[in-house]
Design a protein around this ligand. Sequence first.
Ligand code: UDP
Length: 478
Amino acid sequence: GTQTPPPHVAMLATPGMGHLIPLAELAKRLAQRHGVTSTLITFASTASATQRAFLASMPPAVASMALPPVDMSDLPRDAAIETLMSEECVRAVPALTEALLSLKQRPTTTGRLVAFVTDLFGADAFDAARAAGVQRRYLFFPTNLTALTLMLHLPELDASIPGEFRDLAEPLRLPGCVPLPGTETMKPLQDKSNPSYRWMVHHGAKFREATAILVNSFDAVEPGPAEVLRQPEPGRPPVRTIGPLVRAEDGGGSKDDAPCPCVEWLDRQPAKSVIFVSFGSGGTLPAEEMRELALGLELSGQRFLWVVRSPSEGGVGNDNYYDSASKKDPFSYLPQGFLERTKDVGLVVPSWAPQPKVLAHQSTGGFLTHCGWNSTLESLVHGVPMLAWPLFADQRQNAVLLCDGVGAALRVPGAKGREDIAAVVRELMTAEGKGAAVRAKVEELQKAAAEGLRDGGATAAALAEVVKEWTSADDSVY
Ligand code: UDP
């Protein structure tokens, strides 16, 4: 007889490797464990070499497709990344509608289209799914339940807080969440006059149009909001916690399969002796902070592996958001003689490292991170305690969650002078002071993560439930 084509899901990734990587991980997991194929749809603006290599490394069950470019030339040059992503999404709705219609029309090659999934800046793409007649519209939230809680409450907070979040005398107390000082809320909430703020309020409202919300987190790391969001609530889509979905050590771009100087260097270091220093796929430091960090690492006397990019220019820290490749020679910004003086204890690599491999390596004992959520999850899955050095986006509130909430990280003190940096690096790496408690907590979270990911664990159960919704026959879009 004829074979029924497999269920197929169209997934739209908004710009940034931090959005694409976990969505691709979801697609891979759905293919391997649940027999669901996918097409990853990306925007024209993100066609970087890093992204191309990454998409080329996907298994055959995970196809990809780039949308045609949209005109963004009318936007101001200093538009926030949140604004750029949101605008590009809205403007791509017609092209996306066409793409979804074409996926619907060729079920024998791709599978029968059963659902559309997009991430946190893509909720406007629900309009394209609706226009293409795709009934099941899912939101994939690549950060945590705390951030989701904030987003879902944003329309009402916008109405009840007349001034700026950063001027609030009391921290925000969101249901189940660690108290969040207004100054630490995500970057686009720091200035209501910036269009990116309006976009976030808009997205928070639009999230409620989702059939369900899939969140890349797990209960043990934020038990409070997990408890609250597990309860059904009228007017709010069901929330399913499906994390931690992180890349396997060998995944993430063909570059990673070549012999890697980072790993060869780590192989020669003692167990848990190295602190890995990295600010995500696009994070950059101002020149001054980059210098203090170099001198602080040197002063700490600890071994380090540092991914450097040339410094940020406007102090914003996201100069490389659309393309991870460092724009200039980053080494030229390091203090004079630094590389020579630290050559026996440190390795400095430009732009990009195979992060999952580094975090999984037995020589890695700490992670100085910008607290991007993927980096956080990768660190927890590999049991690596963290030092929090947030830069932009949701990173400051993630740092609050990690340091004040669950206790999986120490915070790099605000002034970021070399002495402070050296002291906190030592505290973490030698498990002095609060370093010991952080290490113990991270071990506990690593176990909880592994438990959730095993066959029959929380992740598998939640995804099985979702796939059941997608394949229940009657309201099939096919
Ligand atoms: N990443 C990597 N090598 C690098 C920098 C980043 O493999 O040198 C990966 C990292 O493993 C993670 C993702 O890029 O999966 C970064 O996502 P995250 O959410 O931590 O931060 P963002 O890039 O969104 O700021």
